[in-house]
Design a binder for this molecule. Structure first.
Ligand SMILES: Cc1cc2nc3c(=O)[nH]c(=O)nc-3n(C[C@H](O)[C@H](O)[C@H](O)COP(=O)(O)OP(=O)(O)OC[C@H]3O[C@@H](n4cnc5c(N)ncnc54)[C@H](O)[C@@H]3O)c2cc1C
Length: 620
């Protein structure tokens, strides 16, 4: 077995003897314990789930030399091994804690190119060197954590860039570290917005959102971030920056002939898709939202034959969005927009009986809502108990109005009985009569309390609670943490009621309470069980529960990961969703982009961080 120790020895002795160090495919094979040749690979036993690949080594010397090597390579940004800084970068919003060896902060795309070139060259001598991009670090799956080098795209690369308006089509070009809220404020001046915004839009970046292929309330109608990328600049494994955008067959033919990394990637990804077209089409998940795996089915927006005859395009932005920094580093993004909706109306449905949840959502979906969102009784009751929480979020009179509407809803309308779930449905450009009809139809399917909310302060109250549900759940018990590991399962909405009742039964079985909220219209729920991370046995519990809960989602034709991506927590479980053949195609995809395995290893394919030993040990 390849261990930290014997790889160090091998590297040292091979250098003495002037022997060529293991090639990157061999390096990957060592991690995966499989041979590199395709013919041999067939005979190899697949890695059983949860068996993580051996970490080669922390490579003290390689990491000690990073600063010198980067400076020699022309890197101008920050480089730090300061203890406090490494500590700060060892966590994101996930349940994991992994300390990096070095944090670098590029000043611009040129610095990113330098960093990639240096690490790609040096990883041949120091196999554990890699680069993991990080933006605002609000990810919930551990995507931005590493035991090697973190490249922080936020510190300097946050230029807002320009807004373009061509015949009413508004686009904006931003550096990856731009905060989503800043992009939104800029676009507002032009009456436009990017509709795949997340509930975390005030604290996350555009680059991190695209790299996670994040989504939010309006994704019901408008899809994920990947749907709103027009083009992007990406530094690929050869250390060069390329413009990636949808290609016609004619353009593809020109570019794939180029003797550079982009040309090779175009050729090889196309060949992979062409020779596995049926397998890839069949692997596409059933749900409207998904961020598990690499979406090879989205690269061509039609069949291979349609692409070749000029009726479809080939678009690698679809693969790079949502790749969690495993295939390259995004240095600039041009986002498409839609006009800000003007005439929206909010319908609220209190669900006292779980069995009506599916029918109410399905009825709403028939009327083309912008969103159908949901929060549970626990979230509402936490809001009720913690009015001060909103003081920081709402200013002056708005705070008092919002709180007043929350108390009157609870005491007067709901007679102090919080519904099990509250559904929020937004409709755009609907007349009074249409809204009346929708309410009547909702009542007919059992949603007796359905009504339109007209007061602005009441609308604000509902959206505040929905957006803050996760943060509110942190207020339950300071000795525990709402744990993000079951937080992203998605099922087709027709299975919503049965799925939710199975999940509630499972939570009871484990004697755990979990705040529940999410995107009801997509059948997409966030469950955050309260866990004390200082206790022993938490890792075993998390692994066991993950498998059991994920199997439940798959049983209902759902997926394990709607928008928060695979990261450390879900990568070992992808075989619950995809066949071995498809998993091999994902590995091949990553290898084509990243032959030296320098970009964020261990995420999406080839799991490398053991869930149990990578867990955070604290509840904050
Ligand atoms: C309160 C709360 C609410 C949330 N609500 C939502 C929600 O509604 N919808 C949703 O989808 N998510 C949600 N999230 C999760 C998270 O906020 C989003 O996924 C967010 O878009 C991540 O952005 P970030 O800037 O924090 O990225 P990070 O967490 O720093 O990075 C995310 C991933 O992208 C990679 N990456 C970052 N920058 C680059 C780059 N330039 N090039 C290549 N790869 C890169 C990283 O390696 C990492 O794998 C929520 C989180 C919290 C804490």
């Amino acid at each position: 077995m390849t261990t930290k120790k014997n790889v160090t020895k091998k590297v040292a002795s091979s250098r003495k003897k002037n022997v060529v160090i293991k090639s990157a495919p061999a390096k990957k094979a060592a991690r995966r314990k499989i041979p590199t040749k395709k013919s041999e690979a067939k005979k190899v036993k697949p890695i059983p789930r949860n068996e993580v690949l051996p970490i080669l080594k922390k490579d003290a010397l390689g990491h000690l030399m990073v600063e010198k090597l980067l400076r020699e390579g022309g890197f101008r940004g920050g480089i730090s091994t300061d203890k406090e800084k490494l500590e700060a970068y060892s966590c994101d919003e996930s349940i994991f804690s992994i300390k990096p060896q070095v944090v670098i902060e590029p000043k611009n795309a040129e610095d990113v190119k330098n960093a990639v070139s240096v690490i790609a060259r040096e990883t041949k001598h120091f196999p554990a060197l890699s680069l993991t991009p990080r933006a605002a670090g609000t990810g919930l799956s551990g995507g931005s954590l590493t035991d090697s080098v973190v490249i922080d795209l936020c510190t300097h690369m946050h230029n807002l860039g320009e807004v373009h308006n061509v015949n009413g089509e508004v686009t904006i070009t931003v550096e990856p570290g731009v905060m989503w809220r800043d992009m939104e404020a800029e676009l507002k001046k032009h009456g436009a917005y990017v509709p795949s915004y997340t509930a975390s839009k005030d604290i996350c970046t555009v680059g991190g959102s695209v790299a996670n292929n994040a989504a939010g309330p309006d994704s019901l109608r408008y899809g994920h971030c990947a749907d709103w990328v027009q083009s992007m600049q990406v530094v690929l494994a050869d250390g060069e920056e390329y413009t990636i955008k949808p290609l016609t067959y004619k353009n593809f033919q020109i570019l794939q002939k180029k003797q550079n990394a982009y040309g090779r990637i175009l050729r090889e990804i196309f060949a992979l898709i062409e020779s596995n077209e049926t397998t890839i089409r069949r692997a596409e998940p059933n749900t409207a939202k998904n961020t598990s795996g690499y979406p090879l089915w989205d690269v061509i927006n039609g069949t291979v034959a349609e692409f070749k005859s000029g009726r479809a395009t080939f678009d690698l932005t679809r693969l790079i969005s949502g790749s969690q920094g495993t295939v390259g580093i995004v240095t600039s993004i041009t986002m498409k927009t839609v006009p800000i909706p003007q005439n929206t109306r909010l319908v609220v449905v209190p669900v006292f009986n779980l069995s009506t949840a599916s029918s109410a959502v399905l009825e709403a979906l028939r009327h083309n809502p912008n969103n159908v969102e949901v929060f549970d009784a626990l979230s509402f009751n936490l809001a009720l108990k913690n009015p001060r929480f909103f003081k920081n979020r709402l200013s002056g009179l708005k705070y008092y109005e919002t709180m007043l509407s929350m108390y009157s809803l609870y005491h007067i309308r709901w007679l102090q009985k919080t519904p099990e779930f509250t559904l929020l449905m937004t409709f755009e450009d609907k007349s009074d009569q249409v809204i009346k009809d929708i309410l009547r139809l909702l009542k007919r399917v059992g949603a007796k309390g359905a009504r339109e909310v007209v007061l602005e302060e009441e609308k604000e109250m509902f959206w505040q609670i929905r957006r803050a549900s996760y943060t509110l759940s942190k207020l339950q018990d300071k000795n525990k943490r709402p744990a993000a590991f079951l937080e992203d399962m998605t099922v087709p909405p027709e299975h919503l009621s049965s799925f939710l009742s199975d999940i509630k039964r499972l939570l009871r079985k484990y004697n755990l309470e979990a705040a529940i909220h999410g995107h009801g219209g997509n059948g997409h729920f966030h469950f955050y069980p309260l866990i004390d991370f200082t206790k022993s046995g938490v890792g075993e519990l998390i692994e066991k529960m993950s498998e059991e809960f994920f199997r439940t989602a798959v049983k209902y034709k759902g997926n394990i990961c709607g928008e928060h991506n695979d990261g450390i927590i879900r990568t070992p479980f992808l075989d619950l969703m995809y066949s071995k053949k498809v998993l091999r195609l994902f590995e091949e995809t990553e290898r084509i982009f990243d032959p030296d395995d320098i970009f964020n290893p261990g995420k999406k394919v080839n799991p490398r961080f053991d869930i149990k030993s990578s867990l955070r040990k604290k509840n904050n």
